[in-house]
Design a protein around this ligand. Structure first.
Ligand code: SF4
Length: 294
């Protein structure tokens, strides 16, 4: 079902972004780890699958997909009930920074959270404060349920209070909070889409600078908030609605984050992009200190 929310202002960059959203929608779900959550019918399974897929959404796309494939296959057809009931997978796979023991501890902690709160949404919203305070408390809760912190668990569940862009947490929130538009799931009600912050991956970071959504050099929390505020001028009730389509440009290799005439000449964003013309080839769109692991 398509989301009904539409931006009020549809001119210039806003209308170009709208065009991009209409072209890069559900048909491209296969290119995103969000596809794993769509495999399940009930909301509990979709919710836990979204958390797992979002937190491991870093690194090489193929390796990540293979890892998640193996992990979800081990969790069976109803991962929420499996984990809530204390189910353990026989030999958890490891993934890059996470040893098999980290993956097991994370899953155990997620299961304990489900058992205590009933759902991840209840756990998230049981904390005091606004969305940022709730996110911090949610990250701390999941970390505490996982047990003793290891480097792998710390990387998997970073604390937003460190000031990073918290891309993977914000990806999870976008997936569960934004309305069901064939991509996002629309299964949480305790936050509204207007409260979301855009998940800044390397592609979105480059485009945010190239399109003038922010001038910040470091892709940190303030970078994400500034880019979100710029997008909110086009659609205040749902500023992260552009995220999936923008990220596709890099993921599908339609944008290299620099001037490549063969690509830029076909790009609808060119009139708004400082890199879109040959004379801009020397400009660097890359934010400083980027790490995809944040
Ligand atoms: S104009 Fe070129 S650099 Fe700018 S977004 Fe499009 S493909 Fe990327």
């Amino acid at each position: 079902m398509r989301a009904k929310r539409r931006p009020e202002k549809t001119s210039g960059l806003a209308s170009t972004l709208e065009g991009l959203v209409s072209l890069r929608g559900p048909a491209f779900l296969h290119s995103d780890p969000l596809r794993f959550a769509h495999r399940y019918k009930n909301e509990s399974d979709r919710e836990i699958a979204a958390l797992i897929a979002a937190l491991f959404a870093y690194g090489n796309v193929k390796a990540m997909g293979a890892f998640l494939e193996a992990l979800f296959s081990s969790l069976g057809p109803h991962p929420a009930a499996f984990l809530r009931g204390g189910g353990k997978i026989k030999s958890a796979p490891g993934y890059r920074f996470q040893k098999p023991s980290d993956v097991s501890a994370f899953l155990r902690g997620a299961g304990l959270t489900l058992k205590e709160y009933g759902s991840l949404e209840s756990a998230f919203c049981s904390a005091e404060g606004g969305p940022e305070e709730k996110l911090e408390a949610f990250a701390r809760l999941l970390r505490s349920k996982a047990g003793a912190m290891t480097p792998g668990l710390s990387q998997l569940m970073p604390l937003p209070s460190t000031g990073s862009a918290s891309k993977r947490w914000r990806l999870f929130l976008r997936w569960v909070v934004r309305p069901n538009d064939g991509l996002d799931l629309g299964i949480w009600r305790c936050l509204s889409p207007s409260q979301l912050i855009i998940p800044v991956d390397v592609h979105v970071a480059r485009l945010s600078r190239a399109l003038g959504l922010t001038t910040r050099a470091t892709p940190d929390a303030r970078f994400a908030m500034e880019a979100t505020a710029a997008l909110a001028r086009f659609c205040p009730e749902d500023p992260t609605r552009y995220d999936f389509a923008l990220a596709r440009l890099g993921i599908l290799k339609e944008c290299k984050g620099r001037h490549v005439e063969e690509l830029c000449s076909k790009c609808s964003l060119r009139p708004h992009c400082v890199l879109g013309n040959a004379g801009a080839a020397g400009l660097s769109p890359a934010p400083k200190g980027w790490s995809e692991n944040k």
